[in-house]
Ligand binder design. Structure first.
Ligand code: SAM
Length: 362
């Protein structure tokens, strides 16, 4: 892993050591076409292309860069994009919150399923679509994929030997609540669809992957479903346009109360959409006692934008937070604190909120 020549680097997994990062940073500046395009301030200012995820439960190295790599596509690199996409590799206290962009495909290296997942992003048409940020895979999306994909069991270590994955994002008890095998799964704001795709691979009985009904976004999702799912998994997967809070379309009417797992990753950065999002969650959530909504979001968009969703909107809309914590990209956990003093950019970008919601019983 972590080959150091420019030729090898494009196809090699990004390693987490300082030395590798510096070498990779240099190589990326030189050889990688557009890794990320300009980021809008509304969704934070993620600036680099390196991300380190380790297990949430210990310091065993289990870094996210070993799960994601970028395949450059056709067009010429924009110098500004190349510079911004390399900052996190050079200044290693900075954190990349998004992966991909218009001219790159993101490959998620699955440790559990035999085939890696290739994610092509949508090329947004116009400003409204661009500001939906469906054309990246966000850290929360990758973590969602990990959690619903499930424990790999035995994993290949650096020296190619097999070792137990003793360290994992969730304890065994928690994992049961995040398992999707045999469940009916709905992904809201799917972006490139990693959570839904991994749910289908992980044995969900039915999967609906949805996003804002823009043709470009849905087209990318269609490509990703077709490319990554074998026939059997494809047959149980549907794709639908769904705007949060719009519950009168055919899809919404036909699937009311259908889903026992609802996934939402990095969908909380717009407080004015919180009620709509929660209404969709409640509408589609099965009345079964075990039905859960799984919500992840990165703090790169500001704690004060995310916190009201859990503190006010969830109870207002008939849901309840069953469990919530904060998890950082280096594997640490800490308690959820809606009022925590805002951390400076580099530190803030390392943290995500992880939450499980259920229907509120009256
Ligand atoms: C930041 S992206 C997250 C994508 C993906 N879940 C991930 O974590 O990688 C937010 C997603 O929410 C979708 N979205 C934004 N506003 C929406 C709305 N009003 N209705 C439905 N989807 C919306 C966007 O199209 C985009 O795919």
């Amino acid at each position: 892993m972590g080959g150091k020549s420019a030729g090898v680097l494009q196809a090699s997994w990004v390693q987490g050591t300082l030395q590798d990062r510096l070498v990779l940073g240099h190589a990326l500046v030189i050889i990688q076409p557009t890794i990320c395009s300009r980021i809008d301030a509304t969704h934070g200012t993620p600036r680099s292309s390196s991300l380190s995820f380790t297990s949430c439960s210990s310091n065993h190295s289990n870094m996210l860069p070993s799960l994601v790599r970028l395949l450059p596509r056709a067009s010429e690199p924009d110098p500004e994009d190349i510079f911004t996409s390399s900052l996190g590799l050079i200044f290693t206290d900075d954190t990349q919150c998004q992966h991909g962009g218009l001219d790159a495909q993101v490959i998620y290296k699955s440790r559990k399923f035999a085939k890696d997942i290739t994610l092509t992003s949508a090329e947004p048409e116009g400003e409204i679509e661009r500001r939906k940020f469906a054309h990246y895979v966000w850290n929360a999306g990758i973590l969602m994929g990990e959690l619903v994909g499930g424990r790999p069991g035995r994993v290949e270590s650096d020296d190619m030997s097999l070792e137990d994955d003793r360290d994992w994002w969730l304890s065994e008890t928690e994992q049961k609540a995040w398992d999707v095998a045999g469940e009916t799964v709905l992904e809201l704001g799917a972006g490139v669809g990693l959570g839904g795709i991994l749910s289908a691979l992980a044995g969900a009985s039915e999967v609906a992957i949805t996003d804002y009904p823009a043709p470009t976004i849905l087209e990318a999702l269609k490509t990703n479903i077709a490319f990554n799912l074998p026939e059997k998994a494809r047959r149980k997967t549907i794709l639908a346009g769904h705007t949060w809070g719009s519950l009168q379309d055919d899809f919404s009417r036909e699937h009311r109360g259908t889903y026992t797992r609802i996934l939402a990753a990095d969908c909380l950065w717009m407080p004015h959409e919180h009620h709509n999002l929660a209404r969709s969650m409640l509408h589609f959530l099965s009345p079964a006692d075990e039905a859960r909504v799984l919500v992840l979001a990165g703090f790169h968009t500001g704690r004060s934008n995310l916190a009201p969703f859990f503190e006010e909107v969830v109870p207002d809309e008939g849901l309840k937070v069953e469990e919530i914590w904060e998890c950082d990209i280096d594997g640490k956990r800490r308690d959820w604190d809606p009022l925590r003093e805002e951390e400076a950019g580099g530190e803030r970008n390392k943290w995500l909120v992880v939450a499980r919601l259920r229907r509120r019983k009256n």
